[in-house]
Design a protein around this ligand. Structure first.
Ligand code: IDP
Length: 143
């Protein structure tokens, strides 16, 4: 299978818990390579733009407030089957439903504050990567 890229966010709750390294270890242990990364504090405009598809959902304002409440770590992960693999490492959106040993089972407190984001398909991965990174910032082997 060809190498694939996916986009990941370590959300403000997980950054506050000081588990960036622990989460990176999970990615690397699963064979995913970090090919771009930066820490930033999202503006309201960035968070609203990134989560634009959820604009009409009742939780949209709470989601934007949470995502702008503190710094996040964003990264591009590269590897075989990266989109699906990262979703598997993350676990279900609601940590109550997340399989034991997944990031959300281990680090998320609730569906509102659920530790990580990961693209759900190759097309959304491409869009989300381009939202935050220029081509020149991507250092993977598929470049
Ligand atoms: P995902 O992050 O697992 O892909 P999405 O459905 O894309 O889940 O939702 C984006 C984010 O919006 C979730 O990670 C979660 O933080 C928040 N969210 C989704 N559904 C709900 C909900 O029913 N209540 C509160 N927050 C939600």
């Amino acid at each position: 299978m060809a190498l694939e890229r996916t986009f990941s966010i370590i959300k403000p709750d997980a950054v506050a818990k000081n588990v960036i390294g622990a989460i990176y270890n999970r990615f690397e242990s699963a064979g995913l390579r970090i090919v771009a990364a930066k820490m930033l504090h999202l503006s309201r405009e960035q968070a609203e733009g990134f989560y634009g598809e959820h604009k009409e959902r009742p939780f949209f304002n709470a989601l934007v407030s949470f995502m702008t409440s503190g710094p996040v770590m964003i990264q591009v992960l590269e590897g075989e089957d990266a989109v699906r693999k990262n979703r598997e490492i993350m676990g279900a959106t609601n940590p109550k439903d997340a399989t034991a040993g997944t990031l959300r089972a281990d680090y998320a407190a609730s569906i509102d504050e659920n530790a990580v984001h990961g693209s759900d398909a190759a097309a959304s991965a491409a869009r989300e990567i381009a939202f935050f990174f220029s081509d020149a910032e991507l250092c993977g082997r598929t470049r």
